[in-house]
Design a protein around this ligand. Structure first.
Ligand code: FEO
Length: 395
């Protein structure tokens, strides 16, 4: 294929990745409203050349075409695998076949994955540990182990002389638009949903990763998804907040309703919270974007879960959402459950069972037979006040 964009982001450092404008789903789960990029970079020293990460399967030819514009595709010396997930490592077999003398550089855990997933023979793998370096000739690659960002084997690569950090998934986000973060008018919601979707479960490890790079002099952050950051502090500050689990006076409302009773209860609760100045984000699970929900979980202090009882338990969409909330491990502190049933209850009990192992304190629940009455609305208002007090009482 014909390619033209081989941006030199810093002296001797070239973007050679691929834009996937049409991708709309990741991990068969996460919507990608603006597609994504798989960023790969060529670093040319005076003696050696390295490729940092590769691209998703299906984009091998595009990667190769870009590499050929800036380097000898058959003469790469190193292929750095910061992360083994196939969106970044899927083209490793292709480049290792092209450059028959290239060595794959990765962590110890990464080495096992490279053998299992990509068939890289052990003798072609260089295992690196924290602070190990490779000299390309006037360009030094320094490796920083950063496990669980987003798999156990992940690491960052820092190009010392150019002050460029290559952190793979960390600090990146899904969009095919733009080349630099400052070219995208408002990137925070995209970065936040990416963090919520894949990095939030590993917040503590994210904090450790931030501590490790705190002392580095960083001019550019070149992640493996989305645009390059020319203003590193902006994205770093966001990550400092998100990995710390800092929350706002905000409640995320997640619900599904069959005959409007649960919805009427939810609307009353939302109104009571907003009357107290609480920020609310609402997601009807019938058509919710899970990425938006993940984004709102990053900084919400409370959650309201609304579900009717169906066949003795929660509505299946609500079960799905509750399990997702549990798996993503958001910094939520307080929750309430609102439910309506036709024959007999069961949803509230099941919600408590699913959320029980989390750190969410269930402030209360309202469970009603049929549509809400004036008494029920009063219970909801009272519960809304309790939730508000909790939310406002906690920083
Ligand atoms: Fe973008 Fe965890 O791969």
């Amino acid at each position: 294929m014909q390619v033209y964009d081989i941006r030199e982001i810093s002296g001797g450092v070239y973007w050679v990745g691929a834009r996937d404008w049409n991708r709309r789903l990741f991990d068969a789960l996460i919507p990608l409203p603006q597609g994504t990029t798989y960023n790969a970079y060529v670093v040319r020293g005076s003696e050696k050349t390295a490729l940092i990460d590769t691209v998703n399967p299906g984009f091998e030819e595009e990667l190769e075409a870009r590499i050929r514009l800036v380097a000898d595709a058959e003469g790469l010396d190193y292929v750095v695998m910061n992360h083994a997930e196939p969106d970044h490592a899927g083209a490793i077999p292709h480049v290792m076949k092209l450059s028959k003398d290239a060595s794959l550089v990765t962590t110890e855990k990464g080495a096992k994955m490279a053998q299992i997933y990509f068939g890289v023979p052990q003798e072609r793998i260089i295992i690196v540990n924290d602070d190990d370096t490779i000299d390309l000739g006037g360009k030094t690659l320094k490796f920083i182990e950063a496990p669980w960002q987003h798999w156990p084997e992940t690491m960052f690569t820092y190009l010392v002389e150019n002050k460029v950090l290559f952190p793979c998934d960390f600090l990146g986000f899904h969009t095919a638009y733009g080349s630099y973060g400052d070219e995208i008018e408002e990137f925070v919601p995209f970065a936040q949903r990416f963090f919520g979707e894949i990095l939030m479960p590993f917040r503590k490890m994210g904090q450790k990763a931030l501590e490790k790079i705190e002392a580095l002099d960083i001019e550019f952050i070149a992640p493996s998804h989305g645009p390059i950051h020319r203003d590193p502090e902006r994205i770093l500050n966001l990550y400092r907040t998100w990995t710390a689990g800092d929350t706002r006076e905000k409640v995320v409302v997640v619900y599904v309703s069959m005959w409007n009773s649960t919805e009427a209860m939810i609307k009353a609760m939302v109104d009571s919270l907003m009357a107290e100045g609480i920020e609310v984000s609402l997601h009807n699970l019938v058509n919710a974007d899970l990425g938006d929900l993940a984004r709102d979980l990053v900084d919400s202090r409370g959650i309201v879960l609304g579900t009717p009882t169906v066949l003795g338990g929660m509505h299946p969409l609500a079960i799905y959402a509750a399990h997702l909330v549990k798996a993503l491990r958001p910094p939520l502190k307080y929750g309430v459950v609102l439910s309506s049933y036709g024959w007999g209850g069961g949803a509230v009990k099941q919600a408590a069972e699913i959320l029980g192992p989390t750190k969410i304190e269930v402030v209360g629940a309202v469970d009603v037979h049929g549509p809400p009455t004036d008494d029920v609305y009063q219970q909801i208002a009272d519960l809304g006040k309790q939730l508000t007090d909790k939310i406002k009482g906690q920083a």
